[in-house]
Design a protein around this ligand. Structure first.
Ligand code: ADP
Ligand code: MG
Ligand code: MG
Length: 252
């Protein structure tokens, strides 16, 4: 599904990603961890197509197509979901209306008929129950005055509605409490299927107490320096990152 080959990227002429290789197959959940400043958010942003980052080499194949030339919108239409690419706040536009537009855009791109109001409400109700979001939250303006937990719930709801093939979640907000982590984890677990895949970029060991990833990767100094299963996450929890840094630095 996703094949990242020797991906290199700069920000302001400084090389941050120094050759990332990653293969993600349908049905898999991958966690990307690593010390602060190692390039995790840069990787998520480059996959999202954010313009501040200059890709200097490599390729990102999504179902065989190199999506590096695609706009963020076209990536989304292809089925790539990036929680943080959505607008921070839209006063006066309810989450429901925003979602209806977003979903019908995606459906149009996939060659599917737009949903009418009745059909949309039916899908919405189903997904609301799945991710346990309340009608009152959906009636409010998108993200306006949302708490950290409400924003997370809304992101997971968007993910449930759009049924992306690949979701990339960058859990960067250090202010998130344990409830918000649980919302993200429950959502990822419930939405997991044989047809979709998730990459969770996380600074939190604790998130992986709730999400069981199939693979765990450690990003350090712009490269994936170690990959393993969930046991690797447990080892990191116990031993931290210093042993990995030493292993890598001693081979330089
Ligand atoms: P992580 O998410 O793993 O903590 P980041 O991808 O945020 O790491 O950052 C990787 C490196 O890129 C850091 O050294 C950081 O200072 C630098 N960096 C990230 N964003 C910017 C930016 N907008 N301008 C300048 N440097 C940046
Ligand atoms: Mg950081
Ligand atoms: Mg980060």
């Amino acid at each position: 599904m996703l094949s990242i080959k020797d991906l290199k990227a700069n920000i302001e002429d400084k090389e941050i990603l120094k050759g990332i290789n990653l293969e993600v197959k349908p049905g898999e959940v991958h966690a990307i961890m690593g010390p602060n400043g190692s390039g995790k958010s840069t990787l998520a942003s480059v996959l999202a197509g954010r313009e501040e980052y200059e890709v200097t080499g490599g390729e990102v194949l999504f179902n065989g197509k190199d999506i590096l030339d695609y706009s963020p919108e076209d990536r989304a239409r292809e089925g790539v979901f990036l929680a943080f690419q959505y607008p921070v706040e839209i006063p006066g536009v309810s989450t429901t209306n925003f979602m209806k537009t977003a979903l019908n855009q995606v459906r149009e791109y996939r060659g599917e008929e737009p949903l009418n109001a009745v059909e949309f409400l039916k899908v919405m109700k189903e997904k609301m129950e799945l991710v346990e979001i309340s009608q009152s939250l959906l009636n409010r303006s998108l993200n306006e005055g949302f708490s950290g937990g409400e924003k997370k719930r809304n992101e997971i709801f968007q993910m449930a509605m759009l049924e992306p093939k690949l979701s990339i979640l960058d859990e960067t907000d250090s202010g998130l409490d344990i409830d918000a982590l649980r919302i993200v984890a429950n959502g990822v677990n419930k939405l997991k299927s044989e047809d979709n895949a998730t990459i969770v970029v996380t600074h939190y060991q604790r998130l992986l107490d709730y999400i069981v990833p199939d693979y765990v990767h450690v990003l350090y100094n712009g490269r994936i320096v170690k990959s393993g299963t969930k046991e690797l996450a447990l080892e990191l929890e116990e031993r931290g990152y210093d042993w990995i840094k030493e292993e890598v630095d001693s081979t330089l």
